[in-house]
Write a protein that binds this ligand. Structure first.
Ligand SMILES: [Zn+2]
Length: 419
């Protein structure tokens, strides 16, 4: 199996689980992810104050349906968890269709699709169904049942840390709070898990965060506020698997190193770069003014810009193995640049140092890219003034970052430059 196929298989496994911002669906999701990647799971009790928010009660659901007079389920949670509004309070009643209508949500413009709806912070209940299905329901009485609980419990999130050579951190976050939606949630989880598995002995410490959107990120920030200055860079992954082109949304700063790295890596691919806005995924929290972290967001087609968004159309068939593999490749390339992007100081800045006597020409003997490597050394030496990073060198010289980083490595070993 290719990595793309493996990620897709993970999406398919996670798809049926009923996730929300809390509850057993999230726990089960993290358990499955932990088969791929060791996770440390955290449980934060209901009522915990996290900045301006409070960790809510925990929601769990076992079953839900609307059944007609013959007992046939006309709307059935067992078929799709999207049929129940997230955080629905329990119900057990017999109602006429007219009484039921205010609790039914459809998409009249997309009559064959079931919408995704939640009501986290105002207690209510409801069902979501295709407009076509609603139109077929005859008047009459229905048994309405939602077997759910909303009780004091926990908010669950998880981390996986890849220790680096330095304690400065890169965070990669994805949300875990959407139920049966494949692109908006699961593709990001799969790409993050596979990315984390690939990182071996990186420069930075990489912290992968699997947590519910908004309240999860706010909870994490609140619990990590003391050490947040360790976080130097970050990327929020979402909508990582549809067939659309890649989209990078810049951090609030707009010129953070992660912004430059992603734009550099995306050159040569069809892509779009968009400016920061305080809407979208958890970049909203990481880039809130009190933190203003260098965190951007990578997606394919952004939220709300594809018709399947937040509907039953966002199913595993909507997510392509090749698309997830492509997103993974961009993350891999970006972190390979970020990890080696440093500023150096030329220790022999008066005229060019003599490379030949240090074996720096010999060491290149026979390599077909020797000329490029020599040029890269000259560029690094020239721009090693403590101001320019290796990414600056790559951009200004037009040379591949790999060659520039290789030249810096050789020059550093020859003690011609220092960090
Ligand atoms: Zn969403």
């Amino acid at each position: 199996m290719t990595a793309g196929e493996e990620m897709h298989a993970l999406v398919e496994r996670l798809y049926p689980l009923c996730r929300s911002i809390t509850g057993d669906g999230v726990r089960r999701t993290l358990e499955i992810v932990s088969e791929y990647l060791p996770l440390e799971t955290f449980e934060v009790p209901t009522g915990t104050e996290v900045f301006d928010w409070t960790v809510p009660q925990e929601w769990n659901i076992r079953d839900a349906y609307i059944a007609d007079a013959s007992g046939r389920r006309v709307v059935d949670f067992r078929e799709s968890n999207l049929h129940v509004v997230g955080y629905s309070t329990p119900v057990d009643a017999r109602m006429t269709l007219e009484q039921l209508r205010p609790h039914l949500h459809t998409l009249p413009e997309q009559p064959s699709l079931v919408p995704y709806r939640t009501s986290y912070y105002s207690p209510s209940w409801g069902f979501c169904l295709a407009q076509e299905a609603l139109d077929r329901l005859p008047d009459g009485e229905y048994d309405v049942r939602i077997d759910s609980t909303v009780d004091d419990g926990q908010l669950t999130y998880a981390e996986h840390v890849v220790p680096g050579q330095v304690t400065d951190e890169v965070i990669v976050s994805c949300h875990t709070c959407h139920p049966s939606l494949a692109n908006d949630n699961l593709a990001g989880i799969a790409v993050a898990a596979f990315l984390a598995r690939e990182l071996k002995n990186p420069w930075y410490t990489y912290r992968f965060l699997f947590m519910p959107g908004t309240i999860g990120a706010i909870t994490w920030l609140s619990r990590n506020a003391e050490r947040i200055d360790k976080v130097k860079h970050g990327l929020v992954l979402a909508c990582a698997g549809d067939s659309g082109q890649l989209t990078y949304k810049k951090s609030r700063r707009g010129d953070a190193e992660i912004d430059r790295v992603l734009q550099y890596v995306l050159r040569g691919r069809t892509h779009e770069v968009v400016e920061f806005s305080p809407y979208g995924y958890d970049e909203r929290q990481f880039c809130s003014p009190g933190f203003n972290l260098g965190v951007g967001s990578l997606s394919r087609t952004p939220y709300a810009r594809y018709p399947e968004y937040h509907t039953s159309g966002d199913n595993p068939a909507f997510v392509l193995p090749e698309a997830m593999e492509d997103t993974l490749a961009v993350c891999r390339d970006a972190f390979a640049v970020l990890d080696r992007n440093r500023r150096y100081l030329n220790l022999s800045p008066y005229g060019e140092p003599q490379l030949g006597k240090r074996g720096l020409y010999d060491s290149l003997g026979g390599r077909s890219d020797a000329k490029q490597a020599q040029l890269a050394m000259l560029w690094v030496l020239n721009l090693a003034d403590g101001e320019h990073s290796l990414l600056d060198v790559a951009e200004r010289s037009g040379l591949p970052f790999d060659s520039v980083a290789g030249a810096a490595h050789a020059l550093h070993r020859a003690e011609l430059i220092k960090e």
